[in-house]
Design a protein around this ligand. Structure first.
Ligand code: IVH
Length: 687
């Protein structure tokens, strides 16, 4: 075969393989078997070896091949990946409808349609296609920045590498498949049946079992070696198109349901059973129907996503915090099961708190096997009246951790044993002390603490927490343990003194990895006040409380010098939390530790600096046309950095429409709606 012939044959084979893949993995067509696809792939591989310059990196033969990665690179999402607010019953759903309708124009209130789709229990990812070719896949991360998992996602057969078949179906799909830019969002999931097989294998190999399909899927996506991802046989279901542009012009989608149709036409798997409904009564019927069906689904589902179908109305409803107003997740109630408590052990947390954990006979509940559950504290054990040996009711709802809800007293034999909290720490033997602790709502309860400041459990958990908050991802728990054992560090502050030479001498650390570790530590020395406070691991101070403290006190010095009363006057902070904060900043060891962090190079940005620069907060921008001073993405980043929001479509809620050269119809729309228009110069002035 000569080269031109080979080229033609390769293209034919690629098209045919892609078509078979689509029919097998997306349409579940039983008439297709993997053998034919394998055989065609073999021929294609042969041709690719013979004619290496005809190899296309997007070829179906290139799903799994490649060397493992060292780490995942971070990627910024062009459009934030939001989450959803949950409702747990019909009443809360009704309340959502009332809130939504209040905000809609009067003439829309009666005609608004709701779209219902199954909520899959997996891992959200974004897929970017340029000119119809899959170029980047990323995890959600914190919604703004995720991890680049492109290579791993390429191994998933239900993700099209190229959008080049099935084109005849809808004209829009045809345009979008050759579009310059398309971002699709969806869920990576694992079949329950695949999980079962996987767990049988894990057990045989003496490895720990996966608790549920979501954990197994998430773990598989985060493998540095993509061949491991491939082995897990994951699936992808698309549920949204967030960006689609051709030559800078955005494609309008009138409704969310049309996006689902187009996604299917483009060759994505879209979960069946979605429905457009006319009113909430119909929504409730769908919820009931899916509620019954889902028990038989091979994919884990935890609810139904209900949204206002019309895009324009979605735009008017907007987003509050992390979640859109126009969309809600209806969650099915938790499933329950009974099991026996075999033992109660004690875990030591990063603040030194001792938490009792119940161990069960492994039991299947809500699609996953549960073998233990936290009992939170002694009060909880007393409230339940729980004894070791008791038969209990446990419950688990989708992504919620399992909990013990009831003891079946009638099944007692008399041999059950009362649990007694240890007087000494199970990790270091240090003296255990009782203190008053606070729950989220600042109600009080008694908790037990290890008093040994040097307790290794406390220390290593505290350090793990610190590096996570400081985003020093190169230093995971194993490395921390190793450094601690080698005597390189005794607390997180020591990390900042480490040099390449300290690390590269250790067994299994090369020069490159030592360099990466040191760089990762040094690159994250500067932190905003809220993160710094959160990273200290002060008892009862989570992310939000740290943020509230930073907002109120502005500088570390002021926070450290505050009286209990001062702290108590911070919004959302009650007496137990304020005492804990005050005590932390008035304990000698902690002050020494903070001084050591600062001396070793950690610098804390005052809150004021951040706050004063957020001059665009509350403002919504739409950009249309080409800007000369910067790309659209840069402009978006700048607006976001100043606290502003960028949306794609103009509505009455838009504060400004920035108009570059060759603007689209958005400029006209802005004029119609009376939204303020900025030319590029005025926009730059604002920035
Ligand atoms: S729409 C604003 N549709 O649920 C986020 N999400 O609780 C838009 N999920 O992060 C998501 N199935 O990972 C949507 N059919 C579906 C979904 C779905 C599962 C997940 C998704 C999201 C989470 C929000």
């Amino acid at each position: 075969m000569n080269k031109p012939e080979a080229k033609k044959r390769i293209e034919k084979l690629q098209g045919q393989i892609e078509d078979l893949r689509y029919r097998y993995h997306v349409l579940n067509d039983p008439s297709v078997t993997d053998d034919i696809k394998d055989s065609l792939e073999k021929e294609l591989k042969g041709l690719e070896v013979e004619f290496p310059d005809l190899v296309d990196i997007h070829s179906p033969t290139n799903r799994v091949a490649g060397t493992p990665l060292d780490k995942f690179v971070k990627v910024q999402h062009a459009v934030r990946m939001l989450s959803l607010n949950d409702v747990f019953n019909e009443e809360e759903l009704n309340e959502w409808e009332v809130r939504v309708k209040k905000l809609l124009p009067e003439d829309k209130r009666e005609t608004v349609q709701f779209f219902c789709e199954v909520k899959l229990d997996g891992l959200a990812v974004s897929l970017i296609y340029k000119d119809g070719v899959f170029v980047q896949g990323a995890t959600r991360g914190d919604g703004f920045v995720g991890e680049d998992v492109t290579q791993n996602l390429r191994t998933i057969e239900s993700i099209p590498l190229k959008l080049y078949f099935n084109l005849q179906k809808s004209p829009l799909a045809r345009i979008l498949s050759s579009n310059n830019y398309l971002e699709v969002r969806g869920e990576i999931v694992m079949r329950r049946s695949v999980l079962k097989e996987l767990n049988v294998r894990q057990e045989k190999e003496g490895k720990s079992l996966f608790a549920n399909t979501r954990n197994a899927a998430a773990g598989a996506v985060r493998q540095l070696d993509r061949s491991l991802t491939a082995q897990r046989r994951l699936d992808f279901f698309a549920y949204d198109i967030v960006q689609s542009e051709m030559d800078g012009v955005k494609f309008p989608f009138a409704t969310h349901s049309t996006k689902h149709e187009i996604l299917a036409d483009l060759g994505f798997k879209v979960y069946p059973h979605d429905e457009i409904t006319k009113d909430l009564d119909e929504v409730k019927k769908v919820l009931k129907k899916i509620g019954k069906l889902r028990e038989k689904f091979d994919y884990g589902t935890d609810g139904v996503v209900v949204s206002v179908d019309e895009s324009e109305l979605q735009g008017q409803l907007g987003i509050v915090g992390k979640a859109p107003r126009y969309m809600i997740a209806y969650k099915y109630p938790a499933e329950k099961a009974t099991t026996q408590v075999l033992d109660i052990s004690v875990r030591v947390g990063r603040t030194g708190v001792l938490t009792p954990v119940a161990h069960f006979k492994p039991t299947l509940v809500a699609g996953s096997t549960v073998a233990k559950a936290t009992l939170h504290n002694i009060d909880q054990i007393e409230r339940l009246g729980l004894r070791i040996g008791d038969t209990v009711v446990i419950q688990k709802a989708g992504d919620v951790i399992p909990e013990v809800v009831e003891v079946l007293l009638k099944l007692r034999t008399g041999k059950e044993k009362k649990f007694k909290m240890a007087s000494h720490c199970p990790v270091c033997g240090g003296v255990v002390e009782q203190r008053v602790a606070a729950s989220k709502k600042d109600t009080q309860s008694v908790a037990y603490f290890c008093t040994n400041q040097q307790c290794p459990a406390k220390n290593s958990r505290g350090m793990q927490h610190f590096v996570t908050i400081f985003e020093i991802y190169e230093v995971g728990p194993k490395i921390l343990d190793r450094f601690q054992k080698e005597g390189l560090i005794s607390d997180a502050a020591d990390l900042f003194t480490l040099g390449k030479e300290d690390i590269q001498g250790l067994d299994r650390f090369g020069e490159k990895s030592a360099e990466n570790i040191v760089k990762s530590i040094q690159d994250h020395k500067k932190q905003p006040l809220a993160k710094f406070i959160y990273a200290l691991g002060i008892l009862h101070v989570g992310e939000q409380t740290a943020e509230d403290l930073a907002k109120y006190f502005h500088t570390l010095e002021k926070a450290m010098g505050a009286s209990v009363e001062d702290i108590n006057s911070v919004e959302n902070i009650g007496p137990v939390v304020s005492k804990s904060v005050y005590d932390y900043f008035h304990t000698k060891e902690n002050l020494v530790y903070i001084q050591k962090l600062l001396k070793n190079g950690v610098s804390v940005e005052s809150y004021k600096l951040v706050a004063s620069s957020l001059k665009l907060s509350g403002k919504t921008f739409v950009i249309t046309g080409t800007l000369s001073a910067m790309s659209r993405d840069e402009a978006k980043k700048k607006i976001k950095a100043l606290g502003g929001k960028v949306t794609e479509s103009v509505s009455k809620q838009t504060s400004y429409v920035v108009v570059g050269t060759e603007p689209g119809s958005k400029a006209n729309k802005a004029e119609q709606l009376g939204v303020k228009i900025l030319d590029e110069q005025k926009f730059l002035d604002i920035l």
